[in-house]
Design a protein around this ligand. Structure first.
Ligand code: NAD
Length: 498
């Protein structure tokens, strides 16, 4: 049984709370470990460590910081498969997908290695007689990062490498469902030479989170998770005077126009709908078929779905889709089948009752497909967060666009078409933070930034990329006068350039 505890001052520690939560292997359906859940005194201890480390880390030179980051990158590459195995064994996603997750996190570390360039200020000489002006970016302080279960390595890496490169110290509060990756990441960073206390990991649930949100020595909060919690985190932490970015849930639509390549659109719908068992915030959960393209598209989706290999994420034979994260989540997602049928949708594929040889207790649910879904149905309104694809049929592009724009979420969206004019209008007019044209999961590269609109993001800045640099630093403008010995005299007027 794995004992999953905290990481503080460069080492693992149990701290004081003895409350725990079970950690399970979704493919086995069995408990494999237990994770400690922090209390208020644990929060105090970890914040004190991060605050003390900030005093010295914020003074570390840029080359000291980037030397550690370059070494961290090397170690992450070396330990990529170990991290991926930890992800698969607690999340359930297949090994190749877990490797992809680590890779996308690594790219943010690579971006953070460019901190000397990213943190450069601007300088304007001679803004007035003998006066120069310049700007600089300084660290915010102690940052707390609260992350979801579905990307236990990548989402934390959206946050802490950039925060630390900017001179902050960071407290990671990972999901209690799959905490092993957080400890491995912290251990490797320490091995790379990161001083104790610069990255701490606090395991826990709402009690730990609320402790961090209320702590006067936490300066900023990055959150990624579901919309109700994101909103709550944003309100509580901003009321406490903290800087907050809180990314929420999603309902991502993929519009297929009648002129689209149907085979390509079906490939995309199946990949983006069922990859990682639909437990991705950028998963496609709604296909909006315009005109009569649905008649050709549905059989293509069905045939591809039938060919998917479903099984344990770490099996010798590569799989396409693994188990869902917990039994409770599998039950919740499954409950939408009867709900959708009751609402009048057509259940084209029912993934319930899937049995996997040798893994009778795994949290399995096969791909599910609903057709003729309408906007008033709960299967459309709710974020289901499982392998469930809903097809909606509309007559025109305008109706499809209105559907996306009227939805309260605005994380990602995609359009499939060969009409450049329609695609151009769509990327301009759609109300979502990330848009794909013939790309179903438009997750930006590390040197752009990630974030949604509407109920998918509370706060002003997106994560990683240039927006990440902005979030993890405070802007300061400096005006300097080295007086010309010839210029003297009192002037009570408001400073103006002369
Ligand atoms: P969640 O909101 O349940 O949990 C996220 C984090 O918040 C966890 O660390 C959890 O311990 C903590 N938490 C849970 N309940 C809390 C409470 N009452 N008070 C304080 N903290 C609490 O999300 P999840 O189920 O772990 O992850 C799936 C969700 O995350 C989905 O909604 C998905 O769309 C979203 N997500 C969004 C993005 C994005 O970039 N927008 C990325 C990944 C996941």
């Amino acid at each position: 049984m794995n004992h999953l505890n905290h990481w503080i001052d460069g080492q693992r520690s149990d701290l004081t709370s003895t409350r725990t939560a079970p950690v399970t292997d979704p493919a086995l359906g069995q408990q494999t470990g237990s994770v400690l859940l922090a209390d208020g005194s644990d929060v105090d201890a970890i914040v004190a460590s991060s605050r003390a480390a900030f005093e010295t880390w914020s003074d570390a030179s840029l080359s000291q910081r980037t030397n550690v980051l370059f070494e961290y990158r090397r170690l992450l590459v070396e330990h990529k498969d170990e991290l991926a195995r930890a992800i698969s064994s607690e999340h359930g996603k297949v090994f190749a997908d877990a490797q992809g997750e680590v890779q996308r996190g690594l790219e943010v570390v690579e971006f953070a290695c460019g901190a000397p360039n990213l943190l450069k200020g601007e300088m304007t000489p001679d803004v007035s007689n003998s006066v120069d002006a310049y700007s600089m970016r300084q660290p915010v302080g102690v940052v707390a990062g609260i992350t979801p279960f579905n990307f236990p390595v990548m989402v934390p890496m959206w946050m802490f490498p950039m925060a630390i490169a900017c001179g902050n110290t960071f407290i990671l509060k990972p999901s209690e469902k799959d905490p092993s990756g957080s400890l491995l990441m912290a251990e490797l960073f320490s091995e790379a030479g990161l001083p104790p206390g610069v990255l701490n990991v606090l395991q826990g649930d709402a009690e730990a989170v609320n402790g961090l949100l209320d702590h006067p020595d936490v300066d900023a909060v990055s959150f990624v998770g579901s919309t109700p919690i994101a909103k709550q985190i944003y309100q509580r932490a901003t009321a406490n005077g903290k800087r907050v970015q809180a990314l929420g849930g999603a309902k991502n639509h993929m519009i297929v126009l009648p002129d689209a390549d149907v085979g390509q659109a079906a490939d995309a719908a199946v990949s983006a709908g069922y990859g990682s068992a639909g437990e991705r915030c950028m998963a496609i959960s709604v296909v909006v078929a315009v005109g009569d393209v649905g008649d050709a598209l549905i059989p293509e989706i069905v045939s591809r779905t039938a060919a998917l290999k479903i099984g344990p994420g770490l099996s010798d034979e590569p799989m396409d889709m693994g188990a869902l994260v917990t039994e409770a989540h599998r039950e919740r997602v499954s409950s939408y089948m009867d709900l959708g049928l009751g609402e009048g949708a057509e259940l084209v594929i029912d993934g319930r009752g899937l049995a996997i040889d040798g893994h009778p207790d795994g949290f399995w649910l096969g791909p599910c497909l609903f057709d003729r879904v309408t906007a008033d149905m709960k299967i459309y309104v709710d974020e289901i967060f499982g392998p469930v694809l809903c097809v909606m049929r509309v007559d025109t592009y305008e109706e499809a666009l209105a559907l996306v724009n009227d939805n309260p979420y605005g994380n990602g969206t995609a359009i499939f078409t060969n009409d450049g004019g329609a695609a151009r209008a769509f990327q301009r007019d759609v109300k979502a933070g990330m848009v794909g044209v013939n790309v179903p999961i438009p997750v930006p590269m590390a040197y752009h930034s990630f974030g949604g609109w509407k109920d998918s993001l509370f706060g002003d800045t997106h994560v990683y990329g240039p927006e990440g640099v902005k979030f993890y630093t405070r802007y300061k403008a400096v005006t300097v006068r080295w007086p010309d010995p010839a210029e003297r005299g009192v002037d009570l007027g408001f400073p103006q350039a002369r």
